[in-house]
Design a protein around this ligand. Sequence first.
Ligand code: ACO
Length: 379
Amino acid sequence: MSSNVTGAPRGLEGVVAAQTRLSHVDGKNGVLIVGGYTIEEFAGHVGFEAAAHLLWRGHLPDRAELTKLSSQMAELRELPALTLEVIRGAAAAPPIDALRMACATLSLGLADPNAITPEADLAAAMRLTACFPTVVAAHARIGRKQEPIRPRKDLPLAANFLYMIHGKEPDPSAAQALDTYWVTVMDHGMNASTFTARVIASTRSDLVSAVTGALGALKGPLHGGAPGPVLDMLLEIGSADHAEAWLRNELSQGRRIMGFGHRVYKVRDPRAEVLSRAAERLGKAQMENRQLYDLALQVEQTALRVLAEAKPGRNLRTNVEFYTALVLQALGLDPRQFVAMFACGRTAGWCAHVIEQHAEDHLIRPQSEYIGPVGLKIS
Ligand code: ACO
């Protein structure tokens, strides 16, 4: 058979699929740059709303710009009645599925849901980013047979989320840790969910459709679904002296160790470092968190040693999800919510990529290599 298809590597590994000004992942040196800043420089020093401004508008906001964006987003936190109804209908579903269903309804309140101008994209980006934490908190409360708590406008996004989920204003260190987490995971090169969003946007489809698709891609355990299993692993291991036997048994059963390995990073994921420090700070405040943090440090070292022996040359190192599990657990969240929490931060990045892709206005449409039969006849 004649074909003009050039074979791409499996899983498109190493293929450059787009140009972006948003973030750069240097997997060899373990460096992540977001909007020109290293993640260490950025996360924990710039708040979530300011970081979103950087991605959406191309620069960090001055005081007036930050006040404007923060208050615009605070006004958008309240959910439409239909969205709340969908969340109630999805009470038994995993939070990430409820978020995907709720996200799809959020195009209804937009002035022109099908417009893909920079102004329309920005309006949709603010709406989704403002509403996602309200969706996750409302779903959690409904699942516990409690009424959702209405969002407050006087708190930053992260503090307001913790207020809505726990019913009281959070400790500033908890709100700071969640803000740092969301900024840390906000954008990360051409990962699977971002690629999904860009493919959808490249067809001139709208931002809400692109983000709804991205949520579907994020959910899988090879992408955003790992931190829940990381916590299960730490709780099952229980004490450092059980770690090696537990890990070796997992590998002998052909299972993967969650929170380790990455398609791009062949050294420690720099986000793991930022979140490890955030988890340590939370651990200092509470003995129970401290014990889990100490266990995690020991399990990490054992896992790195065992993985290096079992998979020589693969360079399987700690990824972002390992310490994500500790931060989110210390904030009193249910592991079932972890991937939805990831989505609340990442949505700012997805929206920025959609804005960039709409400006690029070029259809992403690769080809496939046909390996099926030819010449078959029906009769
Ligand atoms: N535990 C055990 N073995 C592993 C792990 C792991 N965590 N990760 C990779 N391997 C092994 C594979 O089994 C494979 O071994 P083999 O060559 O003997 O068959 C080899 O390393 C290469 O694996 P690939 O799947 O080809 O590597 P890829 O780059 O596609 O995988 C991935 C990256 C999916 C993240 C993988 O490392 C993994 O499954 N990790 C565990 C899940 C996880 O932590 N996911 C979160 C990722 S971070 C994020 O997306 C936000």
